[in-house]
Design a protein around this ligand. Structure first.
Ligand SMILES: NC(=O)c1ccc[n+]([C@@H]2O[C@H](COP(=O)([O-])OP(=O)(O)OC[C@H]3O[C@@H](n4cnc5c(N)ncnc54)[C@H](O)[C@@H]3O)[C@@H](O)[C@H]2O)c1
Length: 458
């Protein structure tokens, strides 16, 4: 069978896999191939046990795989045979040299550009899906055209706005799709090809276009604004705890102002995920590069408040549990950075687990989807850590439960049964404010939510 377009995606991760699965599912007339340097990841995409958990993902992968969706390690052939190449490789924070701890590490990106240049035999449209610093598209175009072999490359920016946990819903019905291009005739022509792909299932008015640098910057700014709301309400949660106010009541009153809105106003132990911190630091680095010190400091404050909130959580536990956690069993309910994902990158639970071990506590971790990742995250930590899938078994014999992830299952547990099995006095630190605190208190727990007065029996 011949296909209308051959699409390749380089990078089969949390973005590349679901995004391409959606394109293939919605557009049977296109052949979509996803390649990766990691053979294990590709083998998992080709198996019944997909490498990432995302509600609804399995269904669409199974519907398209083997028909017009393929996962492969054959990067060279993939590049040769495609007209459109999405690049969705990881762009973590640099850990070495200039900009360490702040700038984006572009080594995977650079390597991919060189691979595309090496193996291309015909003109291609290259789509930046990864989140990148402003002007990366220009750098990519320079690498690609430096071979001077007569092959034309048009680079577009098409940042991905999906949120893990709701990726399929977000891809199926996005608030917007953003496509940035150069404003030259060739750039606009390439942009229209990408608009046509998305138009297969997304209303035209939701597909917005811009110049390429606005597009690159919009992704960093969108994440900075989202994280800023969380840090704003988390900073207020600290004040609420001192002033006997209730952060949920404050958030409700503030969020009902239609100019503010009620989303992303839940106080918590802090935000996590692979993107928020890295993208804000990337923005901060850009601002410093352009000598905008005040702007850089403003956005860096969002990350500082997040670090403060995580540390505050631990210090509260320590203070409330009679200033020692040594030898106490403490159960973490959830390890993923949010519910409905197995992803633990930058999860506050990593920080909390490490700090508990430093305090010589014995840590028990339970999570419905993230235990494998939790084991990897903590493998180098010397201390007593157990991983138990069943939350009842995990919390038995513990002095405290700390809720780290807002998994819906935790709100529905039989807490009377849990209370009976725990060491007394039993504590619950609800880092996501998802439990019924009054009911827990009545059962006998000492309950400490975020941003509200604690409920204690002594
Ligand atoms: N995870 C999210 O929710 C999310 C949302 C929006 C945007 N993003 C951005 O998307 C990009 C990818 O993020 P992710 O979470 O999918 O990362 P990921 O680490 O899950 O996946 C990246 C994949 O790229 C592969 N890779 C690296 N170099 C390669 C190369 N030269 N050739 C082939 N494969 C290569 C890696 O093996 C890995 O499997 C990042 O820039 C991220 O900031 C992520």
């Amino acid at each position: 069978m011949s296909f209308e377009k051959n699409i390749l995606c380089i990078g089969a991760g949390y973005v590349g896999g679901p995004t391409m699965a959606m394109i293939a599912y919605k557009c049977p007339q296109y052949r979509v191939t996803v390649v990766d340097i990691d053979p294990e990841r590709i083998a998992q995409w080709n198996s019944d046990d997909l490498p990432i958990y995302e509600p609804g993902l399995e269904e669409i992968v199974k519907a398209a795989r083997g028909k017009n969706l393929f996962f492969s390690t054959e990067i060279e052939a993939g590049i040769r045979e495609s007209e459109i190449i999405f690049v969705s490789v990881n762009t973590p924070t640099k850990t070495f040299g200039a900009g360490a701890g702040m700038a984006a590490d572009l080594q995977y990106w650079d390597k991919t550009a060189r691979q595309i240049r090496k193996y291309s035999k015909s003109n291609k449209i290259i789509v930046e899906k990864s989140t990148l610093p402003v002007k990366t598209a220009q750098a990519m175009e320079r690498i690609l055209t430096s071979a001077d072999n007569g092959i034309r490359f048009d680079v577009l920016s098409n940042p991905e706005f999906l949120a893990e946990g709701t990726a399929i819903k977000d891809l199926q019905d996005p608030d917007r799709v953003l496509i940035g291009s150069t404003q030259t005739p060739n750039g606009l022509k390439a942009r229209d090809v990408l608009v046509e792909i998305y138009s297969n299932w997304i209303r035209r008015e939701r597909i917005i276009t811009s110049n390429i640098w606005s597009s690159e910057l919009s992704k960093l700014v969108a994440n900075a604004f989202l994280a800023q709301r969380i840090s704003s309400i988390n900073s207020i949660s600290a004040l609420c705890e001192k002033a006997d106010a209730d952060v949920e009541e404050v958030a409700r009153a503030v969020g009902m102002d239609s100019r503010v809105g009620n989303k992303f106003l839940n106080a918590s132990v802090g935000f996590g995920g692979s993107c928020f911190k890295k993208d804000i630091l990337n923005l901060v680095y850009l601002c410093r590069h352009y000598d905008l010190k005040e702007v850089a400091d403003y956005w860096e404050g969002v990350v500082r408040i997040n670090d403060y909130q995580k540390e505050r959580f631990i210090l509260n536990m320590l203070n409330i549990m009679f200033n020692t956690l040594a030898n106490k069993r403490i159960c973490l309910f959830g390890f993923a950075f949010k519910s409905d994902t197995g992803d633990t990158r930058e999860s506050p639970a990593i920080f909390v687990a490490k700090r508990l071990i430093e305090e010589k506590a014995r840590v028990v971790i339970t999570d419905p989807k993230a235990l494998k990742n939790a084991m990897k995250d903590l493998e180098s930590i010397a201390g007593e850590i157990a991983y138990v899938e069943d939350p009842y078994e995990a919390s038995a014999g513990c002095s405290a439960i700390a809720v780290m992830t807002e998994w819906a299952i935790y709100a529905d547990l039989d807490f009377k049964k849990i209370y009976r099995s725990m060491d007394k006095p039993a504590f619950i630190f609800d880092g996501r404010n998802i439990l019924d605190h009054k009911k827990l208190f009545e059962i006998g727990f000492n309950v400490f939510p975020i941003g509200k007065p604690g409920l204690t029996h002594f």
